[in-house]
Design a protein around this ligand. Sequence first.
Ligand code: AMP
Ligand code: ZN
Length: 331
Amino acid sequence: MKCRICRKKAAVKLPSHNTAFCKEDYLWWFQKNFRRTVKRFRMFKAGDRVLVGVSGGKDSLALWRLLVEIDLEADGLYIAQGIGHDELPYSDLGEDACREMAGKLGRPLKVVRVLAETGASVPELEGILRRKICSSCGLTKRYLMNREALEGGYDVLATGHNLDDEIAMLFANVLTWDLQRLAHQSPVSPQRGPKLIKKVKPLCHFSEREVLAYTMLSGIRTMREDCPHARGATSIKHKELFSRLERDSPGSKRRFYKEFLRNREIFEQAKPPAELAYCHRCAMPTTNEVCSYCRLLHRVAASKEEVHDGPPKPRKIEPEPASPAPSGLCG
Ligand code: AMP
Ligand code: ZN
């Protein structure tokens, strides 16, 4: 197959766009589409300070570089979750990749450790809370990202969610017809009140494969390992389902997401955002009197006391939620 632009041998085939590109023209195509998404959804204003949640994986590191390339003041935030062991020090590998990118871009990277913040690493939280690990991982990440962005005086929080991530979330919400979550899912979540930062997902139109091709062709070194706890997660099963669909009918993923965005307003009108309440302990937005993060802190503290009083009684592990808390709340 030949490059659509220069007719040289193609380096990347894009069946979903029915086209192919050589290396140089692929990078040009990717950057052009990235800028178009950023502009179309009015993700940033001139002079905005942006905090990028970086995991060390391909999506968020590519995003960080792309944001710096469009002259935004974009700093990194890595949340160290304490995942992994000697053979696969997952969190340490992620942190190393983020530090390397920070050095290359000449931008600051802030590292926040879940263990230091809560008294337990994310894997330890599973035992303490008796909930699947993915739910504590999501809760701590959402809370700490929002808090760090607000405390650091940033205007926008950017994450590297790609098309496959967005579709997996959308599909989970459609399976349960969760109108609240459907109304909330968007490439841009505006700032709501003084305590809920504006959030953007500038890679939402690129598939995982397209971002991978971009990082490889532009020489970005990323962590390749998958989270050891992700195996068997519902979102991964949904991603596999859509990959099969995409193979049989290229462009299905893009159409599904594009048509959702075109009709999103219907869900927004049906479920306007709920009035914001604020946590009695930490003053962050919540739907309860005390937010989930503060309840988590309380459970960790209580478990440390239980250790002195004897072992806790075994309880059932609760299932992971399909997607984040509605309205982007921290809990
Ligand atoms: P995930 O929830 O793991 O699919 O990641 C979605 C996005 O959240 C990534 O593209 C990053 O922008 C951000 N993210 C994930 N893990 C971390 C982390 N440990 N620290 C900071 N940001 C993260
Ligand atoms: Zn709280």
